[in-house]
Write a protein that binds this ligand. Structure first.
Ligand SMILES: Nc1nc(=O)c2c([nH]1)NC[C@@H]1CN(c3ccc(C(=O)N[C@@H](CCC(=O)O)C(=O)O)cc3)C=[N+]21
Length: 399
């Protein structure tokens, strides 16, 4: 009997699969091995390149009809190397697509008023269709207050409360959708991953990634969306819960970056890591229910093979630097033996985030310069995303 053909087994997963067989003595003698998979990786760089090519055609059309290119305004506060890298990536992509970009840099010690003034100026510029403030901001500047100072019609990150609010209203997401969520959905659609009817688990509850993704997965027809709140994994980051973890951090900080960690130090770090993971008792049981598992926590290689339902689609939104390499929140090598589909890091969601940002700029320019297009009455999210449309609506938009 094939595992894949038995709906009860397929739905309930490997634990009950074992129970099923132990209940029947005749079958206990010849248990089938648990299924193994070799995950298909979704190529975010290729999908982003396709998207860029589409956007370049639209941008050229806008230039021809309206006489100017779509325009993006970017505000960069301070000099975090990661933020500078992402801003550079956006600039390169803008050049490819034919978007004119205006970057305003502010020093680390600027005031919230300075940021709001620059946002106001960029939003008032008639040659600019979309504005974004690269996050995170210095801790003393309220990101919420900055978002509230945007003109919502130029908030291409979709972080203004008006755009966030619209997104949370079932089937009425007519504003801008945050880039990481939009890019993830498009990557899944390009990879043929069906969200309709899926059990979705989103690990991470951030305003920028987890919350928008959960809302959009629901709108895309997921059967259920479980959001794992940060209290479920905060132990990973809480030194108080693990004095040895704190000690290891202090030791690592004292050595780095001059002395590379020795074998005993590395062993101790691995040990401490295992200890921190023990605090996550209930989490693997939840992630194992997911047909589509999204991980956006910011902890390297958190999700391992035993956390994943065989054949699931695993989306890795994490970006962590470990030993000079960029790794995600998923143990790629291990999980690849269990998952059906995976997004790699790097080369997965990251490039799609950039393309989605530019998509929002082009869509904003199109609405502004060519007039807003009809909102289709009945269209599944995936289809609309494939057509590169900003707006979407659903038949079941009753609250
Ligand atoms: N207002 C705002 N909007 C954002 O969209 C925004 C932000 N703030 N703050 C930070 C996050 C992060 N983010 C990424 C973009 C591209 C890659 C990316 O291209 N990553 C490459 C690796 C980087 C490289 O080496 O090029 C990859 O995954 O393949 C990653 C992360 C946008 N963010």
């Amino acid at each position: 009997m094939s595992h894949a053909c038995n709906p009860v087994i397929r739905i309930l997963g490997p634990k009950l699969y074992a129970l099923h067989f132990t209940s029947s003595p005749a079958l206990v003698a010849t248990p089938e091995p648990l299924p193994t998979h070799t995950a298909r990786f979704l190529d975010g760089r290729a999908a982003a390149a396709d998207w860029h090519a589409e956007l370049a055609r639209e941008s050229a059309h806008i230039l021809k009809v309206a006489g100017r290119r779509p325009g993006l305004g970017v505000v960069l506060v301070g000099d975090r190397p990661d933020s500078k890298l992402y801003v550079t990536r956006k600039r390169e992509a803008c050049e490819k697509v034919g978007i004119s970009e205006r970057l305003v840099q502010l020093p680390d010690d600027c005031s919230i008023g300075d940021v709001q003034r620059v946002v106001g100026e960029l939003c008032a510029d008639p040659g600019i269709d979309g504005v974004l403030v690269q996050l995170p901001l210095p801790p003393d500047i309220s990101e919420e207050r900055v978002m509230e100072s945007f003109d919502p019609s130029k908030d291409i990150d979709g972080f203004h409360p008006l755009n966030m609010g619209r997104m949370l209203m079932r089937g009425r997401s007519t504003g801008f959708v945050p880039a990481t969520a939009l890019g993830t959905l498009r990557l899944l659609a390009a990879g043929g991953v069906e969200l309709r009817g899926a059990s979705v688990v989103v690990v991470g509850d951030s305003n920028t990634v987890g919350t928008p993704l959960a809302a959009l997965m629901r709108d895309a027809g997921a059967a259920s969306v479980t959001v794992v709140h940060r209290t479920s994994y905060s132990a990973l980051f809480a030194d108080a819960l693990s004095p040895r973890l704190a000690a290891a951090r202090v030791a690592a900080a004292a050595c780095a970056p001059r002395v590379p960690p020795g074998p005993s130090q590395a062993a101790r770090a691995a040990d401490v890591r295992e200890e921190a993971l023990e605090h996550l008792a209930g989490l693997p049981g939840i992630t194992r229910t997911a047909d589509v598992l999204v991980v956006a926590v910011g902890y390297p290689r958190l999700v391992r093979a035993s956390w994943v339902k065989p054949g699931a689609a695993v989306v890795d939104v994490g970006i962590n630097v470990e030993g000079g390499r960029v790794v995600g929140d998923v143990d790629e090598a291990g999980v690849a033996g269990v998952a059906g589909v995976m997004t790699p890091v790097p080369g997965g969601v990251g490039p799609m985030t950039i393309a989605a940002t530019l998509h929002n700029v082009v869509a904003s320019a199109r609405d502004r310069l060519l007039g807003p297009r009809e909102v289709p009455q009945v269209e599944p999210l995936g289809g609309l995303l494939r057509r590169g449309d900003l707006h979407y609506a659903f038949p079941d938009s009753r609250t």
